[in-house]
Design a protein around this ligand. Structure first.
Ligand SMILES: CCCCC/C=C\C/C=C\C/C=C\C/C=C\CCCC(=O)SCCNC(=O)CCNC(=O)[C@H](O)C(C)(C)COP(=O)(O)OP(=O)(O)OC[C@H]1O[C@@H](n2cnc3c(N)ncnc32)[C@H](O)[C@@H]1OP(=O)(O)O
Length: 191
């Protein structure tokens, strides 16, 4: 793991937000057109994440023929996306909006088409806006062998990060959708 992903000595253990969803509760999509989790994204991964214990989440991702890199095998970048999305869902447990700053991935086993990848992610430490986290993707069941894993640094941002940087068409549509605005603001209220 690179030094950028090693929390400094002053980093604190993560604190589960009191309003975080209960363990087992589905988290839903943060954005309907998200490639990782959105239901309105026909080419997406349709990852479904649930709250875990502490500051953790679980998710499942089914590898289909749309996700191939080599014949009958998942593309590594798609698997990295599944890990990234699962790590991103940890924001629900902290009630902060955070984006991926760095993502380091280990590919340990090939993942065939038809596999259900059982993903688990947890926050390991927090330092200011920096959120350190780790994730695994197992095959053959939630206790199966680790096929992929990642360490990550997410950086907390405000809703303005998206409003200022997203293409205006999509931002305007998102802001016109009360449900979307509620979701984005719910993340941001972090007493
Ligand atoms: C109402 C409409 C809005 C609709 C919004 C919709 C939904 C919102 C809700 C939730 C969405 C949230 C997340 C999505 C969830 C899952 C999707 C998967 C996640 C992703 O796929 S997300 C996309 C890919 N992601 C990016 O698109 C980031 C591009 N990037 C940047 O936007 C900047 O780069 C940023 C913001 C990261 C930092 O920029 P910045 O200017 O704010 O802060 P700064 O640079 O000072 O960094 C602060 C401290 O982090 C350290 N640091 C930063 N980067 C580092 C690195 N790479 N390695 C090591 N350390 C790093 C610095 O060293 C410093 O550390 P220190 O404080 O110790 O000096």
């Amino acid at each position: 793991m690179s030094t950028a992903l090693t929390p400094p000595a002053e980093a604190r253990p993560p604190v589960r937000h009191p309003d975080a969803p209960a363990p087992g509760e589905p988290l839903g999509a943060h954005y309907a057109y998200c490639f990782g989790c959105g239901g309105g994204q026909p080419h997406g991964l349709h990852l479904e994440a649930r709250a875990g214990e502490g500051v953790s989440v679980t998710a499942e991702f089914t590898v289909t023929t749309d996700h191939q890199g080599a014949p009958g095998l998942a593309h590594g970048g798609v698997l990295a996306t599944a890990l990234d999305e699962t790590l991103g869902a940890l924001g629900w447990m902290l009630r902060v909006i955070a984006v991926t700053g760095r993502l380091e991935t280990d590919f340990r086993l090939p993942v065939p088409v038809g596999t259900v990848l059982h993903l688990q992610a947890e926050v390991t430490a927090v330092h200011g806006r920096k959120i350190y986290s780790t994730a695994t993707g197992r095959i053959g069941g939630p206790e199966g062998p680790v096929a992929v894993r990642a360490d990550a640094l997410f950086v907390e941002v405000k809703v303005d990060h998206f409003i200022d940087n997203g293409r205006p068409e999509e931002i305007q549509a998102a802001m016109a959708d009360p449900d979307q605005v509620r979701r984005a603001r719910a993340f941001e209220v972090n007493p």
